[in-house]
Design a protein around this ligand. Structure first.
Ligand code: GLU
Length: 293
């Protein structure tokens, strides 16, 4: 009989080096490592450093130090997103060529003013699941000639997904397989609640949504284990995966570690930072208990 090699399940922990890791990251890293080990899978570390203004080599170095301290090891080489902008640009170019992305010229300030004016006159502005205002439709509806003229004049712009057009092309409801701590089973995606999501910015050649789906596919990730704060973002990821013909991993969105007041930890929550805990003499083996494992 011919032995067919079984593809191993692939997990990844994908922190952004824009601040120190805290207990929430430790939970995510432990869960990824444990779940990979339980199924004889692979565990990858990916550095999500597309935001060149906020990510630093120092924070990246502290990610390695913190994970080693926790006793978590990973496969080398580590994929650093800032070294792969060409891959994200190729996917963006594909979406642009197919008329699924448009140049977005409104500045953050202009969008803010538009929202404030609307809300000031009593009409609520639609917001995405994270609470950010949806992008106005001006640029999407701009006549082609005007769009071309604005591009040719060198105006700064982002690229956004034309969500309505994308969903029309997809043509069927999207869903994902979820095994996490919130709703489970087959989850119906709701991408239109996000509006025309950003795919690249004038100062960043890729967005989180675009680079995460491209990398998960390129790295053969089969299981995405991450915090429940990214549960709804999965709707966007399913659209992009479908448009770009990428496979859909299984998703596991885990509970978030909160502070004493019940708030989600942030990178500035000093007392729950892993390096602070280490400096205060907390032994590494206590961290598992501190995150409820
Ligand atoms: N880089 C993201 C973060 O640090 C995680 C992205 C993901 O796991 O999909 O929050």
């Amino acid at each position: 009989m011919i032995a067919i090699p079984r593809q191993k399940p692939v997990f990844r922990f994908a922190p952004s080096p824009n601040g120190p890791l805290h207990l929430g990251h430790a939970l995510s890293a432990f869960l990824n490592r444990d779940m990979a080990d339980a199924v004889d899978g692979r565990f990858l570390l990916r550095i999500e450093d597309i935001d060149l203004t906020r990510c630093t080599p120092e924070f990246e170095a502290s990610i390695y130090t913190d994970l080693r301290w926790l006793g978590i090891d990973w496969e080398e080489p580590v994929r650093r997103q800032s070294e792969h902008f060409d891959a994200y640009q190729a996917s963006l170019a594909d979406l642009i060529d197919r008329g699924l992305a448009y140049p977005a010229f409104l500045t953050r300030g202009e969008v803010k003013a538009r929202v404030a004016a609307s809300e000031g006159s009593g009409s609520a502005w639609p917001r995405d699941p994270d609470g950010s205002p949806l992008y106005p439709t001006d640029d999407r509806d701009r006549p082609l000639a005007e769009r071309q003229a604005m591009l040719s004049s060198g105006l700064k712009h982002a690229w956004r997904l034309d969500m309505a057009k994308a969903l029309e092309l997809v043509g069927e409801p999207l869903s994902w397989q979820e095994t996490g701590d919130g709703d489970r089973g087959v989850i119906a995606a709701d991408p239109s609640s996000w509006g025309d999501v950003v795919l690249s910015r004038s100062d960043a050649p890729s967005s989180y949504h675009l680079s995460v789906v491209v990398d998960d596919a390129l790295q053969g990730v089969t299981h995405v284990v991450r915090g429940l704060d990214l549960f709804h973002a999965t709707s966007v990821h399913r659209v992009l995966q479908t448009l770009l013909d990428l496979p859909a991993p299984t998703y596991h969105h885990h509970r978030l570690v909160t502070d004493a007041a019940g708030r989600k930890l942030s990178k500035s929550s000093g007392d729950t930072g892993l390096s602070d805990l280490r400096a205060r003499g907390v032994p590494a083996h206590d961290i598992r208990h501190l995150v409820g494992l």
